[in-house]
Design a binder for this molecule. Sequence first.
Ligand code: SF4
Length: 403
Amino acid sequence: MSADDLWVGGLGWPYDDLLAASLRGRGHQASALGPLDHDAFERGTAALPRGQCAPALFTTGALLRRASAPDAGDGGRYLRLHSCGPCRYALFGLGYERALRVAGHTDVRLLDLDPSPRALLAMWGEDGSRLGVDALLVGDALAEGLRRLRPRVRDIEALEARAQVVCAGLVAALEAGHDGCDALRVRADWAADLARLPDAPRPRVVLVGEPFSLHVDGPAQLNLPQVLAAAGAEIRVPPVALWLAYQLWIERQPAFGQSQPVAAARVAEVASLEAALRSRFDEMMAAFGVADHFLPDVDHLAELAAPHLPGSWRAGYGHVEVGLALAAAEDGHAHLVVSIKSFGCLPSSSVADAILPAALLGKLAFLSLEVASDGEAARESRLALRLDAARRLAEDQASRALP
Ligand code: SF4
C-alpha cells in the first residue's frame, strides 16, 4: 500500500468494508482499517492514558495495528473523527497522534472528518456522499438480515459464514460501481436454504447506547447480538442510518446554547435530505427482504425524551438513547431494554445510570452493561437473570394469546 491508501474504519463489520469498496468504486485507493476486536482494545488500552472511552481505545488500537501491518508500506491516511457523535468529552484525535508518534508511525497522516452533512457534502460532493450513504444502508440491510435470522436458524456458524460471503459479494458489487439496491435484491434469498428452529415465544430485547456501542458489532457491543441470539432472544437495534438522521436533525436545531432558530431555507434543505435518506433506506431494506426494519423518527425520540433530558443535549446519542428506550415502552413490543454503556463515557453513564432507570421504572425491565475487558462472567450472569424474566413474560403473553 502506498501513502495514498485511505484507511476507512470506526464502524466495524460490514460498514467499513462496504464504505472502502464504495470509495474504490469511485477511483480512490481505500481499504478497511481492520476489526475492532479484543486485540484492538488491548493495543488501545496500552497506548492511551487511563479514562478514555471505549471507541477511543478500540479505534486507536486498530489504527496502531494497521500502521504496523506488513502491507502498510510507507504509511496511509486515516479519516479521524474526534468523537463518536456530537460529544465534547472525547479526545480521539490527540490520542491517535500521540499513540502513532510513540510507536514510531510518523508517516501516517490523519485527515480530520467533520460528520456534519454540510461538511460531508463539501468533502465528498453530492455523488460521493450519496454513494457513501448507500454503502452504509447496504450494511444496515445485511446487519439486520443477520440479526433477525440468528435466533431462528439451527446452525448459527453456517449463517455467520454465509453473511461473510454475502458481504464479500456486496463489496465486489459496490467496487464495480453497481447500485446498492440491485446488489441487495439479487442476494435477498441469501439464507433461505438454512434449516430453521421451530417457532417459540422469544424474549424481545431492545438495545440502546451511545453511537459506537450501539452500532459497532463485536466486543465493542459486548457481542450482545450473538449472546442474545444464542439464548433464543430477538433483538432490535436501530440502523446506522439513525446516526445520519441524527446528524441531519442537529442541523435543524439552534446551535448549542443559543435560542435563535435555524433559517427556514436551511431547515427545508435539511428536511429534504432527511426525506431522501428515509426513502432510500426503505428501498434498501425492501430490496433485502427486511422491509419492516424502520428508521426511527428523531423528532419523535426527542419529544419522548424531553421530560427527562433537554433536546439541546449534545453528547453521544443524548436524547436519542432515552427516546429509543421510551419508544420501546410506548409500543409495548419489547420485554427488556439493555443499554450498552461505553467504558469511560460520561454521557452514556449519565443516561444509563441516572436517567433511564428512572424513566423506565414501572414501564419496562432495564439493564445497563458496561463495555470493558473485565467482568465478562459477571455481565453475562446479570444478563441471564434479566433474560430469564423476559422469557417468562414472553411465554406468559403467548399463552394468553392462545384461543
Ligand atoms: S459519546 Fe461517550 S463513547 Fe462517544 S466519544 Fe463521547 S465519551 Fe466517547
